[in-house]
Design a protein around this ligand. Structure first.
Ligand SMILES: Nc1ncnc2c1ncn2[C@@H]1O[C@H](COP(=O)(O)OP(=O)(O)OP(=O)(O)O)[C@@H](O)[C@H]1O
Length: 227
């Protein structure tokens, strides 16, 4: 699905490479944990895959097409196919749970009837139908992140990119969130999660891609600490 080929990234105004000659293949249906110390390049890799930024060197192919060569229309379509989930949820405070999720489809110009059905389906999937009319401030952190996930899946993405999605949650909530990602993955969506939650990575037993100083150091199925 995504082929990352010898990608390097240097941010303007810095000398060090955030990513160095990184190559990685993501297959359709994968569940991947991206791990590594702070500054290893995990967020950079996610930004490059979303095409929020371009590589300094190397290429990223999505279904065989170099994403750097996209037209404006192809770029919008690329982003429609990818659901993003963030550590700080990025919910709109003045909108209800329903409206937050609906917004992801409104910006795509979808008709209200379709929006209504898809938002209700997404909220049901994350177990928050009963909170549809609440505002984010009325929800717990775990519930807010479920809204973040509903907002990502409502677009029927082929890929979910989550950057530290459980960073603000306690262990029980974090585990439930990971199990929700697992359910979404089992229904066919490819999932990539950058995380520091080693214990959960160990528990989930998925493909683990480790980065260190911008380089890939490990790519193995299973937990993190067990070789
Ligand atoms: N916008 C930016 N401008 C300049 N340098 C940046 C920028 N974003 C990241 N970097 C640098 O690139 C390197 C990789 O950062 P990145 O955020 O990708 O790492 P990370 O593995 O996601 O870290 P963390 O676990 O702390 O989120 C770091 O050295 C960081 O300082």
């Amino acid at each position: 699905m995504i082929e990352i080929k010898a990608v390097s990234k240097k941010y303007d105004g810095t000398n060090a490479l955030a990513l160095e000659e990184m190559s990685l293949n993501l297959n359709s249906g994968d569940f991947i944990f991206l791990v590594g110390p702070s500054g290893a390049g995990k967020s950079t890799l996610i930004r490059l895959m979303f095409r929020e930024q371009l590589p300094t060197k190397g290429n990223i192919y999505f279904d065989k097409k170099d994403i750097a060569s996209y037209s404006q229309r192809e770029l919008l379509e690329h982003r429609r196919k990818i659901g993003m989930v963030f550590q700080d949820y990025k919910l709109l405070k003045q909108k209800t749970v329903f409206e937050n999720v609906a917004f992801a489809l409104e910006v795509l110009g979808r008709p209200p009837k379709e929006i209504n059905k898809k938002v209700n389906d997404a909220l049901e999937k994350v177990g928050l139908s009963h909170k549809a009319d609440k505002f984010p401030r009325e929800l717990s952190g775990g519930q807010q992140q479920r809204v973040g996930i509903a907002r990502a899946i409502v677009k029927d993405p082929v890929l979910i990119l989550a950057d530290e999605p459980t960073g603000n949650l306690d262990r029980d909530n974090a585990l439930q969130l990971m199990q929700l990602f697992e359910k979404i993955n089992e229904e066919g969506t490819t999932v990539v999660i950058a995380t520091h939650a080693w214990d959960l990575v160990d528990k989930m037993q998925k493909r683990v891609v480790a980065l260190s100083s911008g380089k890939l150091t490990r790519d193995k199925q299973g937990g993190y600490s067990h070789e």
